[in-house]
Design a protein around this ligand. Structure first.
Ligand SMILES: Cc1ncc(COP(=O)(O)O)c(C=O)c1O
Length: 475
């Protein structure tokens, strides 16, 4: 008989766990002293570790020392209030504790029976989230890891809704009509990736022009849909974005929804970042037209203080999602009726207890505090845009929207005209200066071919003083 078991001494966990929590608390206290963007060279971190795994273990406490010595300087501190790159996120205190408990339970919520609390808390908190954001009643919600996966699921359902028997007959060995997905030229790359994985290919994605404010040009969409209809192309789905990645622009949902209905296309709304702003009653206009949406994605792990990963897919057509993905082998059959088995609504079987951390965030902070913090982000973004606009060699490159500010350094030639190439180089140098400061981290992107700097405010502890530091470098 083998008597060897793991973790025979819970007391050891208690000691190491206290030390780990102390380590985390100290990290949260001193994070502002650490450079936001890691400065290590490629390979530097890997070079600190042995080539082979240890034969014998060692106490947890000594591992925390190793985290300090070998890992910490290789971390880019997303959980730093000076993080303004991509979309800023927050590992909030409530969220960290939620993750700890979730790891302790280590449940797999594939079926209601495999942990009723996973399924039922997910249903409860997703209805809370729906109410908090002012989304329509009657939406079915599911948590997955990322918006990319949720968009994939939504577009798979949209493909199933075409009635082409894709599920039973597949996509090869027979004639199928050309089917398309429509989205703007500002849409996140996850839409293209989903289209590639679902067999639409790049040829099956039509990028609709955006207007001068980087919103989908509805007249262009109408013209493309009409031309495609005349040519026998099936309109599978339209993806509208509430808060695009480059500029946080907001596509006109009302008109897009009307076209989706007219042309029989599934309407998917990517509000992965922007949706959280609707927690403010005065921002509910973001959802004007959302009643027509077949699916909506919102990421609490972006702008709602919940640690990565936690992305929510809402749909008013759960039956189609289920038709697309449900496959129940004998060993997963259970007898309960009137329960949700979340494995039926997506690709993955196993699922983490992500609702726990979202529930903790709601319960610990409450809507009022969450609203105050998000309202603060919007206010700081407006103030930052106004401050940048006053600087002589800086130009705002997109209308300021939500918590994002997009700008560029301008260099003029002797005749006073903007030299675009020189401006690109100067903007690139400015990004490097900001990021080398260690106090802020911004990410550049290109708009109409020109390099621009994005500042995305979204960390729960960001205050104006953090943006002042960034402004100082720009000045
Ligand atoms: C608008 C938008 N949609 C989707 C995504 C993809 O998010 P995820 O990393 O959750 O897949 C992003 C990422 O920043 C985004 O900005």
């Amino acid at each position: 008989m083998n008597d060897e078991v793991l973790d025979s001494d819970v007391e050891e966990f208690r000691r190491a766990g206290h030390a780990a929590v102390e380590w985390v608390a100290r990290y949260l206290e001193r994070r502002e002293e650490l450079p936001v963007l890691s400065r290590v060279e490629p390979g530097e971190i890997a070079g600190r570790f042995d080539n082979a795994p240890p034969l014998h273990g060692r106490p947890m406490e000594s591992l925390l020392d190793d985290v300090d010595r070998k890992i910490l300087d290789g971390v880019t501190h997303w959980n730093h209030p000076g993080f303004f790159a991509y979309f800023a996120i927050t590992g909030s205190q409530a969220g960290i504790i939620g993750e700890l408990l979730s790891a302790a339970f280590n449940v797999n919520g594939m079926l209601w029976r495999t942990s009723p609390a996973v399924t039922e808390l997910e249903q409860v908190v997703l209805d809370w989230l729906r109410q908090a954001l002012g989304l329509p009643a009657g939406l079915f919600g599911i948590i997955n890891d990322t918006a990319s996966i949720n968009t994939f699921l939504a577009l798979a359902a949209a493909r199933e809704q075409l009635g082409l028997d894709i599920r039973s007959e597949g996509m090869t060995g027979r004639e199928l009509p050309l089917c398309r997905i429509y989205c703007s030229d500002q849409t996140h790359s996850s839409i293209d990736k989903a289209a590639l994985a679902l067999g639409f290919g790049f040829a099956g994605v039509t990028k609709i022009r955006s207007d001068s404010r980087y919103r989908m040009d509805v007249e262009h969409l109408r013209a493309v849909l009409e031309a495609d209809r005349r040519n026998g192309v099936r309109s599978c789905a339209i993806v509208a974005t509430v808060g695009t990645t480059p500029t946080a622009s907001i596509d006109p949902l009302v008109q897009i929804g009307a076209l989706a209905e007219q042309y029989g296309a599934w309407l998917h709304v990517d509000a992965a970042y922007g949706g959280s702003a609707a927690i403010l009653p005065e921002m509910r206009w973001l959802w004007d037209g959302v009643d027509a949406a077949d699916s909506i994605v919102v990421n609490p792990h972006k702008w709602m203080f919940t640690p990565v990963d936690c992305s929510v897919l809402y749909t008013r057509k759960p039956e189609i999602l289920k038709e697309t993905f449900s496959l129940v082998p004998e060993y997963l059959r259970t007898s309960e009726s009137d329960v949700i088995n979340y494995m039926d609504y997506g690709l993955q079987l196993g699922r983490r207890f992500r609702a726990l951390k979202l529930w903790m965030v709601f319960e610990h902070y409450g809507l009022e505090k969450m609203r105050q913090v998000i309202a603060g982000h919007l206010k700081m973004a407006r103030k930052l845009a106004a401050s940048l606009a006053e600087l002589p060699d800086i130009a705002l490159m997109a209308p300021q929207s939500l918590s994002v500010v997009v700008f560029r350094r301008l260099v003029r030639n002797g005749a006073g005209e903007v030299d675009q190439e020189e401006s690109d180089r100067a903007t690139e140098r400015l990004v490097e200066r900001i990021n080398a400061s260690g106090e802020s981290f911004v990410s550049p992107t290109r708009l109409e071919g020109r390099l621009v700097i994005r500042v995305a405010i979204g960390h729960g502890q960001t205050e104006w003083r953090h943006l002042e530091r960034l402004l100082q470098v720009v000045r």
